[in-house]
Design a protein around this ligand. Structure first.
Ligand SMILES: [Zn+2]
Length: 70
C-alpha cells in the first residue's frame, strides 16, 4: 500500500468504518511508515477533539447554529 492510499483510509480507520482486512493492511503500513503514523496520530487527535466538542455542546444544549460546520 502506498502512503497516498493509506492516508485516504486513515479517517475511516479511526472511525472504525474500515472493514477488517483493509484495516489490517493500513495498520501494517502504519507500522513501517513513521510519516503515516504521525498523520494517523494527528488525525485521531483531531477527531477525538471534535467528538469531545460535540458531546459537550450537546450536553449543554447549545443551539446547533453555534457549532461551525465541519
Ligand atoms: Zn506511509
Amino acid at each position: 500500500m502506498s502512503c497516498r492510499q493509506a492516508r485516504e483510509y486513515l479517517e475511516e480507520l479511526i472511525m472504525g468504518d474500515l472493514n477488517t482486512s483493509l484495516a489490517e493492511i493500513v495498520m501494517q503500513h502504519l507500522a513501517v511508515c513513521p510519516d503515516c503514523q504521525k498523520a494517523y496520530d494527528e488525525q485521531r487527535r483531531l477527531i477525538e477533539l471534535l467528538r469531545t466538542f460535540y458531546r459537550r455542546s450537546k450536553e449543554q444544549k447549545t443551539s446547533v447554529e453555534a457549532v461551525p460546520p465541519l
